[in-house]
Design a binder for this molecule. Sequence first.
Ligand code: EPU
Length: 336
Amino acid sequence: MQNIKQNISLKPYNTFGMNVKATRFLTINSAKELQTLISTEKGPYFILGGGSNMLLTQDVAALVLKNEIKERKIIRDFKHSVYVAAGGGEDWHQFVLWCIKNGLGGIENLSLIPGTLGAAPIQNIGAYGVELKDVFHALEAVNLKTGKLEQFKKEDCQFAYRESVFKRKLKGKYFITRVILKLSKSPKVNVSYGAIKNTLAEMKVKTPTIKEVSKAVIKIRSSKLPDPAKIGNSGSFFKNPELSAGAFKKLQKAYPQIPNYPLPDGRVKVPAGWLIEQAGWKGKRIGDAGCHAKQALVLVNHKNAKGKDILKLSEKIQASVKKKFGVALSREVNVF
Ligand code: EPU
């Protein structure tokens, strides 16, 4: 293929700003283009979306496929709902704004999440009481081995908290070309999350529209989460641990003030950010690898940290949270 670039830096393509090299690099603009490539070019392939949920610790000796597939289209229109198709390479936040402009509700709470449409299902993105799976209908993806375009329904994706089959069994095996969401034309807003309620009150909004909820979310996120254009990061570095009822009770006895969210199955989710802050890491840095001063769950690249430096810091944090609370933190970000 003529357009394949050789030996390029991936720095502009990952939000941590890691300056690693890719042996080969190609942008993909359609499912067809990818299918042609698979029939002529051997892997290994490395799929790249917005690069907003990955920590690159080494050069990538593979053909990097950057998803640039664009599409935004209402494919079925009912009285109260619509099915919208979006290309895997669409920017998530720009798509959210487009939906809001068209009066389509359901993803306004997910405003300002970095990344692409194609990456959104992989980790079932979520924020402020809403997850992608709540509006997800289906997706189309090219099987990188056979070149076939396959459809995945919601149940095929095995969505869970920041999880899907694409992060587990099918990791790296499919390139997501198109995502179909079911959105509402008469949306009911979800303002159950305390921070949203408070921000809307500050904004003096009593009966919020989807646009106002989006504005509130943007306000909250911008106040706590570092802008990757200014300081390298990948959002939450760890997942919030889900503890058994017994384990949580023990922990609560020792730390009565621990924030917690009981889950329907009896387990209890606790905020990793709180555990990390209590363990003394908030705002700390080792060289240029840091723990964000306003949200301890976010690790940041102050300037020249290498992927390995961030990884080392993350392991130190994991060890100290384990020592203090007996809780194992697992990563949310993909490390390569
Ligand atoms: N907290 C602290 N110190 C901190 C951070 C958090 O004590 O430094 C405690 C506070 O008690 C706070 C609670 O943690 O009330 C929850 O904090 P926050 O609302 O900021 O949410 P989070 O649980 O830290 C999760 C998601 C975020 C998402 C927010 C809002 C995960 C791994 N992270 O963070 O998602 O934006 O909720 O819904 O579930 C991401 O995945 O990259 C991401 C940013």
